[in-house]
Design a protein around this ligand. Sequence first.
Ligand code: DQA
Length: 148
Amino acid sequence: MKILILNGPNLNLLGVREKSVYGNRSFEDYFEELKEAFPALELSYFQSNTEGTLIDKLHEVGFSYKGIVFNAGAYTHTSVALSDAIRAIDTPVVEVHISNVYAREAWRQKSMIAPYCKGSISGFGLESYRLALQYFERLKPKQIGFNV
Ligand code: DQA
């Protein structure tokens, strides 16, 4: 079961950037742990700081992969184009955030993508990604049809 973890802008700096908010671990390091924890999932990871590249990736995998775990970073709060891309594809997307966006600035409390995602997970640190993967792992094969 192919699952993509997709990270948006500035998330390449995890472990370096604002450690009090985002922790001191790189995503590459955490990704190794996720691969061990979910041997039944074929996990891949992609990060870009560029909106168009994220859209291209959603289009590339969004008609064949079984799931996408997406942290759109700041584009979450601004991007009509990313929300349209999520609407356009068949693969279910779970929105994740490391920080609790609802406990932060008012402008972070609006997600342009949430209405088109299967669900949203926010505030559990890097464990937000693990929780999203548990959703896909526990789905029975027949439940993971597109547009569920
Ligand atoms: C974030 C929250 C966003 O508001 C912020 O712009 C990020 C990271 C998170 O994972 O907590 O870059 O998506």
